[in-house]
Design a protein around this ligand. Structure first.
Ligand SMILES: Cc1cc2nc3c(=O)[nH]c(=O)nc-3n(C[C@H](O)[C@H](O)[C@H](O)COP(=O)(O)OP(=O)(O)OC[C@H]3O[C@@H](n4cnc5c(N)ncnc54)[C@H](O)[C@@H]3O)c2cc1C
Length: 467
């Protein structure tokens, strides 16, 4: 190379896994940094999970809570968005491998931010998922909408009274914020929106049951707010069953074991699981490559005080995938974690970052809230506890602030005004695909896997003996 040949400086490569609260914030915060960012996600959208229950119960459309990541980041010229499922991360080589259909992409990184979140956990009973979907994705919410509204339709058609009762029994398992919000919305749907729309059944005759193995509703929000939420739900006709452990879920209904050991059954067509979470398997994949970083029982990575893993000061794990004492699995944990990681990366570019002396990540608790019904919510911000209309206004305001995109905010406000001032809901369409597609795809994938295994076995048999 001649002395005058200019050397091209390779830009610092940042790979971000996930397009949820953590991943999107990370990509946005690196907008003006001298880096190339590749954001890989298995979904094309940034999903606002806190409003999934409104998609499931016909209030909002999926587009309103899940704008396209690529379009949000259109003006972030240093960010490339890739659709793909991350299947491998090689910390020593500094590469991430993702797959889209049969196409494999290997992306090198100097810094890595892993924000792959968590999935529903059935505590080792994964077969429950067939009959009791969780609520983590748009697919889940649309499937639930199909199941909830489909149950009323089937109840109208059947002539068997026992089957009608079964169709009109809805059980939500897990009395955390998601369970409370969903149970409240199913009751409101039955009592208000569907009133007078059927000829054989009276939708308000349905049973909505909110069930939990724990002794309280909304345990993290404290006894006072939990009791308030429970009383409000009961006034809407929701049956709250606590200390009740679900031992089996099948097509016909669920089996329950009480605290005193007695067992009972509830025959119910529509079951929803909102009882637990399990971190993305990518957490374990990363921890296994380090000298001492471990995962906790929920699969979350027990990160260092600077959200990195041992021996890799530029591999950050943020959001629901990180285990940091005192940081709940909430949007703020992911947003603040992503901001912390990107600040460290940006400081490193100007030589100001020394991993050994980084100030540890500090979480600022902005509170938590849950809506119980229209105009009614519970909220906890520090020591302040609120319930009722004021808490609902706070919920309304905060959700609008954190929804991404002006157009989405605008259309959501219009939809909410329409929904909250009338008994109508604008997203009541259901299709067969919503209800049956997941199971059909599972069957297809199983058949494909079996065919592939059979082909491989046949090929092995044909190979001449090399011995
Ligand atoms: C129903 C529901 C209601 C909630 N309500 C609230 C609330 O009211 N307030 C609150 O603060 N929090 C709430 N939360 C929690 C909040 O949504 C999460 O804490 C937050 O989304 C975590 O952000 P994250 O970026 O870590 O993960 P997520 O937002 O879950 O994003 C994970 C991303 O990783 C991608 N991904 C996962 N695995 C892979 C892979 N192998 N390859 C490629 N991409 C992958 C996913 O597609 C997704 O884009 C709620 C959650 C749910 C499910």
């Amino acid at each position: 190379m001649s002395e005058s040949t200019p050397t091209v400086k390779k830009r610092h490569q940042v790979v971000v896994i996930g397009s949820g609260f953590g991943g999107l914030t990370a990509a946005q915060k690196l907008k003006h940094a001298d880096v190339d960012v590749t954001l890989i996600s298995r979904t094309t959208t940034h999903l606002f999970q806190p409003l999934l229950y409104q998609v499931a119960t016909g209030i909002l459309s999926e587009g309103e809570i899940a704008p396209t990541t690529r379009l949000i980041l259109r003006k972030h010229e240093n960010v490339k968005v890739l659709l793909g499922d991350v299947e491998a991360i090689d910390l020593a080589a500094g590469t991430v491998t993702s797959k889209l259909m049969t196409m494999e992409t290997v992306i090198p990184f100097d810094s890595l931010i892993v924000a792959a979140g968590a999935q529903q956990s059935y505590f080792g009973n994964d077969h429950f998922a067939t009959f009791a979907p969780g609520m983590k994705t748009i697919d889940d919410a649309l499937e639930l909408r199909g199941r909830i509204l489909g149950a009323f339709e089937a109840a109208e058609v059947t002539t068997d009274p026992a089957e009608r009762d079964r169709r009109l029994t809805f059980v939500v398992i897990g009395a955390g914020p998601t369970g409370v919000e969903l149970a409240g919305q199913i009751a409101e749907l039955a009592n208000l929106t569907l009133a007078g729309a059927f000829r054989t059944i009276k939708p308000s005759d349905c049973r909505v049951i909110l069930m939990d193995a724990a002794p309280a509703v909304l345990p993290p929000m404290g006894a006072k707010l939990g009791t308030k939420a429970q009383q409000r739900l009961e006034s809407m006709g929701v049956e709250v069953q606590l200390n009740a452990m679900v031992t089996n879920v099948d097509y016909q209904g669920i089996s329950i074991k009480e605290k005193d050991g007695t067992e009972r059954r509830i025959e119910c067509a529509c079951k929803v699981w909102s009882a637990g979470v399990q971190a993305s398997p990518l957490g374990k994949l990363i921890a296994e490559q380090t000298d001492g970083t471990v995962t906790d029982r929920a699969g979350r990575v027990v990160v260092e005080p600077d959200l990195t893993v041992k021996g890799y000061p530029y591999v950050f794990v943020v959001g629901d995938l990180m285990a940091v004492p005192g940081v709940p699995g909430m949007a703020q944990g992911a947003i603040q974690g992503a901001k912390y990681a990107t600040t460290a990366i940006k400081r490193s570019l100007s030589g100001q970052d020394d991993p050994a002396t980084r100030t540890p990540f500090k979480y600022f608790d902005k509170g938590s809230m849950a809506t119980v019904s229209r105009f009614d919510a519970v909220a906890k911000v520090g020591k302040i506890e609120m319930a009722g209309f004021l808490a609902w206004l706070a919920w309304l305001f905060l959700h609008l602030v954190y929804l991404v995109g002006y157009k989405n905010r605008f259309s959501t406000v219009i939809t909410w005004v329409f929904t909250f001032t009338s008994s109508s809901r604008g997203q009541m369409a259901i299709t067969s695909q919503m209800i049956y597609a997941r199971l059909a795809m599972e069957r297809l994938q199983t058949a494909q896997r079996e065919a592939l295994a059979a082909n491989e076995a046949a090929a092995r048999q044909k190979q001449p003996d090399s011995a």
